[in-house]
Design a protein around this ligand. Structure first.
Ligand code: HEM
Length: 161
């Protein structure tokens, strides 16, 4: 299945076009709910699976010299908890995201395109390690892709991406 791997940049950019419709009944504060039932959530191993994936994500992120400088050790437990909530909400796992919106939490960080793609690559590695099927990975990435706009730094508020 390696042969099907999409480079992170392409996955994020390309999947913007195929984002699944938002679930109309439970409007979330930030990320869209993409699953109508909990099948996709189960594919990720449910809540425990998301905790394992997020733990592994941060093992990869902290070893990743491209982006580890962004993360202060004392903030990591909170970021992990919020990511689990957000992924769980997106996958219709019965959670409600309680964190800050993406623009506010990333506003002062100066995150560039390459940083965003590096984090997506690390997330793909964490999902691979936890045996999440490729199609399911892409559904989560498709739901995260629109957040790119809020997270990546834009000089002087420009709309350039
Ligand atoms: C799809 C991509 C991303 C998602 C879904 C995401 C999600 C989150 C969430 C949920 C939080 C916690 C918000 C809160 O405090 O309530 C957070 C914080 C943070 N994120 Fe991201 N993030 C993404 C991309 C990135 C990237 C690419 C970087 C840097 C390379 C990054 C660095 C940080 C940092 C440093 C914080 C802590 C900010 C602070 O409180 O000082 N994030 N992110």
């Amino acid at each position: 299945m390696r042969i099907l791997r999409i480079p992170a940049g392409l996955a994020v950019g390309g999947l913007l076009l195929v984002t699944a419709p938002v679930h109309a009944e439970t409007p979330p504060p930030d990320a869209p709910v993409i699953a109508r039932d909990d099948h996709l959530f189960k594919t990720f191993g449910g809540h425990d699976g998301l905790v394992r994936i997020t733990d592994d994500l941060f093992v990869f992120v902290l070893a990743d010299r491209r982006i580890n400088g962004f993360f202060e050790a004392k903030k990591i437990p909170h970021i992990k908890d919020m990511l689990v909530e957000q992924f769980c909400q997106i996958l219709n796992g019965g959670c409600t995201y309680t964190g800050k919106d993406m623009a506010t939490s990333h506003a002062k960080l100066g995150i560039h395109e390459g940083d965003f793609n590096a984090l997506v690559e690390d997330l793909q590695k964490a999902m691979d390690k936890n045996h999440v099927p490729f199609a399911a990975q892409n559904r989560l990435l498709a739901a995260l892709a629109p957040q790119h706009r809020a997270i990546v730094y834009k000089p002087n508020g420009s709309e350039e991406e």
